[in-house]
Design a protein around this ligand. Sequence first.
Ligand code: ATP
Length: 257
Amino acid sequence: MKTGEERLKDAVLEVRGITKRFGAFRAVDGVDLDIAEGEIHALIGPNGAGKTTCFNLLTGNLSLTAGEIRLRGEVISGLPMDAIARRGLVRSYQISSIFPDFTVLENLRFALQRKRRGNFDFWRSERHLHTLDGRALELLEQLGLAEWAGTRAGDLPYGRKRALEIATTLALDPQVLLLDEPTSGMGREDIGRVADLIRKIARGRTVIMVEHNLPVVEGLCDNVTVLARGQVIARGTYSEVSADARVVEAYLGTAHA
Ligand SMILES: Nc1ncnc2c1ncn2[C@@H]1O[C@H](COP(=O)(O)OP(=O)(O)OP(=O)(O)O)[C@@H](O)[C@H]1O
């Protein structure tokens, strides 16, 4: 049997009994998660299952009613969001955090600057920003955005905006990357491109994603946790959970059937 220490080496994130109550309502109710180093893990479930609330608890956006979260064995629950991000657990930004009037390259520079200085203190350090261009261009190349480097971010097509959002998150060099419905609102071509991108950026890091598109989950994720009414109803590989009667029943009862 593994000792506690050996067990911690495998699990990058250990979540025990996390609960979030809004008044008398338990949006997340005693959820356990074990996320292994390097895996792509999906959190799925019908509308209102508690996926977003779970993400908000992991990142510190919301405080826990009960439970504990450990990142590499260290308790992170109760820490402020920025402290959790500095420890390496980072959520992809929403498009609204992209500066639409600046170019793609400038947006990347700002994100890299933030990693280095811990804030957006870029107005006074224009010269310093240019020293970040090498890394910024490398990231743009990696994410297939190099040809868009000089484009105003606000003029990017939707799928490319999502790629830029992921790029600005990667600038923080997260060990654990949380992606919130990365393919939502996309057409088939963009979905394929973003799925390839996630596969690429998952090398050398752990990815946890909330995703409604089940073929994307099937194609990308090593393991899946299924939530319904705030509780885990199944966990395993996609083929295991999709064959689980409780999962089928939970989905059949919703618009996501
Ligand atoms: N701040 C809040 N106050 C009260 N209830 C909330 C709050 N945030 C979420 N809820 C409720 O908690 C439940 C879980 O919501 P959550 O957004 O986590 O679900 P979800 O699985 O992400 O759903 P979806 O797939 O529709 O995004 C829902 O019933 C929701 O109405």
